[in-house]
Every structure is written in C-alpha cells, then in structure tokens.
Design a binder for this molecule. Structure first.
Ligand SMILES: [Zn+2]
Ligand SMILES: [Zn+2]
Length: 380
C-alpha cells in the first residue's frame, strides 16, 4: 500500500464507522455498489467514479490484512492531506509523492480517471493535452489560391467504444491491482533505499481486468475514425503544412485538444503555374508581334482576359508583369501574373507571306548575328 492511499477515508467512502464489522462493510458496499453500478447509471461519469471509489475502498477494507495495514498507517500519518513533493516516509527513506500523483500513466489508468491520483488535486493537475495529429489533403489549383473547406477523415486510437476504455467486459469494472494497490508501482528495498518500479502484475496500470472486453481484448483502446471540416486558408502552396490548433485528438480530464497538421498537395493547373504569390502563364506571340509591338490578350486565373502591351523589339522569353492577378496574400495584397512571351514560328506559309519574309530578310540583311558568339567561343 502506498502512502497516498492513507489520505483517503475508505470508511467514509463506504459510509461505515471505523469500528464496523466485516459483515457491516460488506452490506454497505453491496448497497452502494448497486446504487452506483455503471449499468444502473448509464452514461453517468460521476456514478462510475463513485463506483470505482467504493470498490477501491471495499477491496482494502474487506481484506483483514490490508485493513489492519491501512488503519495503522492512518493512525501514524493521520488523515492529513499529503502535499505534493517529497516527504520522509516510514523508516526514514524518502519517496517521491510526485511520482505517484503526477506520474505518467497511460491507457486504462488514464481513461479511468484520477482514482489513483491525488483526489484533492484540481482538474488541471490531471488534465492531459490531446495528441497532435497529422493528415494530408489534395486541393485543386484554384482552391489552393482561394482557400477551401475540406472534409478530413482522421483515424486515431481512442477509448474502446464497447467498454468505454475500461478494458473490462460490459457490466464489470477493472479491479484495483492487489499487488500494488492501484499505484502501478512496486517498491523494492535495497539496503535501506526504496526503489520504485512498475508493478509486474498490472504492468503499471494500477488495475487488473479479470473479465476482459471482447472488442478490445482488455486493452481499453480501439482505432476509430472521425470526419472533421477544416478551413484551409487561401494561398497555400504545394507541400505546405497547415496547423489547425485544437483540431487534433481530444484532451483528457479537461485537457486541451491537440493540434492538427495538414500536409497540403496542390494539383497542377493546365495553363497557370505558381511561383510563391505570383502566378505564371506562357503566352504564344508571333515574330511580328515581338518585332513590331502589339496589344495582346493574356488569360487571368478566374477572371477575364486582360490586354497587355508588347513593346516593339521585345525578345523571345520577355516576361510581362500583370499586377494584382496573382495570389492573395495574408495582408490582403495580391501578387502578380507573370506572362512569358514565347514566339511561335509559322509552320506553313502561303506564297504571299513567304515573299514578304524574303523581302524582310533582304531589308534586314547586315552583319552575321552569330559573329560575336563565334569569336568569343574561340577565346581560351
Ligand atoms: Zn473494450
Ligand atoms: Zn499492480
């Protein structure tokens, strides 16, 4: 039995005097157990908690040896409230009460609530933040720019729905571990030093299940899935990880929910590309449009085409900036559309066009445009 058990008044829990006989204890336990049995109080967490307290008290007081030990310890320590932290234990050794109260338990022990932790503690001292969860989603090009509400199916481990996480078959509850009395710890005495290690009987849970739930084989855990609606903000890029606070696994004992991280994949667009906050598009132009200049129409994403001016003598590959037609930024400003001019060379020429081009060749004849290139290539 651990020191923390001594602060609990098991007699009060069972509503009997300290002088009660074994028969009186049993009688009172039966009445209370019937009243607070989970089957008779469907869904009441309070009743379940009471039932566990009663059972824990009865497990100790119904065992003559444990009851004697308990009574002795109570008279030695008194019914004091054990402060969190270390205090000298019997025999002058020191044990860390913080281990017992705040120590990490998982699975069953946690699901069952604080019965093995400091009952005078506040909710926050038992509160446990839910786990962070990661998932993925794929957005269309447009939804990534505009933002979208998506359905996300989250799969995770949670309490078994059949037994409510207790691991015990319906209508039964786990028993307080007889070897460690619910602490989940066993102490060994090594030359005057108390050494704590996880209880082998209950593997540190503090509870033993005698009649396991068939659905979860007594583990109390089950895989479950839920679907949530999540808002993906405008302007996400392919491969970006979005944090949705509080959308992860629910917390326990009033703890905050974990965060959800969504890895976003963006499908490519047939026409537009993206470079940060700017959109890109490749626009075909003719040789004469580049040479003579022209007003040409450029498509915009989710908007009407805009007319832009190609300056006379523009090179192939010239980028024309169209302000305000890109991706909306967080501050409300909008990126650009960058239109790259790509010359198209006519594949078939009628005789008129052909002779016009012949005339152009003669009119623009001059030094070999590759002369400079060839000269530089010969150096070194
Ligand atoms: Zn179960
Ligand atoms: Zn144990």
């Amino acid at each position: 039995m651990s020191a923390k058990d001594y602060q609990k008044d098991y007699y009060k829990t069972l509503g009997v005097p300290k002088t009660a006989t074994a028969a009186e204890i049993k009688k009172s336990y039966r009445e209370l157990a019937r009243k607070y049995h989970p089957d008779a109080n469907k869904g009441s967490a309070e009743a379940e908690e009471r039932f566990k307290e009663i059972t824990e008290a009865y497990n100790v007081l119904s065992d003559a040896k444990q009851r004697k030990e308990y009574d002795e310890a109570r008279s030695m320590f008194g019914g004091f409230r054990v402060p969190t932290g270390s205090r000298p234990g019997p025999g002058g050794t020191t044990f860390d009460l913080g281990d017992l109260f705040g120590g990490g338990t998982d699975g069953l022990g946690d699901v069952l609530g604080g019965i093995f932790r400091n009952r005078t503690g506040t909710a926050s001292s038992r509160a446990r933040r839910g786990a962070d969860v990661e998932t993925e989603t794929t957005l269309s090009f447009g939804d990534a720019i505009d933002g979208a509400t998506v359905s996300l199916r989250l799969t995770g481990e949670g309490p078994c729905p059949v037994c409510g996480g207790t691991g015990a078959k319906s209508g039964t509850v786990p028993k307080v571990c007889p070897d460690c009395h619910g602490t989940g710890q066993q102490s060994r005495n090594l030359g005057g030093f108390g050494l704590s290690e996880p209880c082998k009987t209950c593997r540190g849970r503090g509870l033993v299940v005698e009649d396991p739930c068939q659905a979860c084989s007594g583990s109390g855990r089950a895989m479950s899935s839920r679907t949530i609606q999540a808002r993906i903000p405008a302007g996400v890029a392919d491969g970006q990880r979005i944090k949705l606070p509080g959308k992860g696994a629910p917390g326990e004992h009033g703890g905050k929910a974990g965060d959800l991280y969504v890895r976003v994949h963006v499908k490519p667009h047939d026409v537009f590309g993206r470079n940060g906050d700017n959109l890109t598009v490749t626009v075909p132009v003719t040789i004469t449009e580049l040479a003579l200049g022209a007003d040409i129409k450029v498509p915009t994403h989710r908007g009407p085409a805009v007319t832009v001016r190609v300056k006379p003598g523009s090179a192939n590959g010239t980028v024309i900036r169209v302000p305000g037609r890109g991706v909306r930024r967080k501050d409300g400003t909008i990126g650009d559309l960058r239109a790259t001019l790509e010359v198209t060379v006519p594949q078939e020429l009628n005789s008129k066009a052909k002779s016009a081009l012949e005339d152009l060749r003669i009119a623009t004849a001059g030094p070999d445009p590759r002369e400079e290139l060839l000269r530089r290539a010969r150096q070194e």
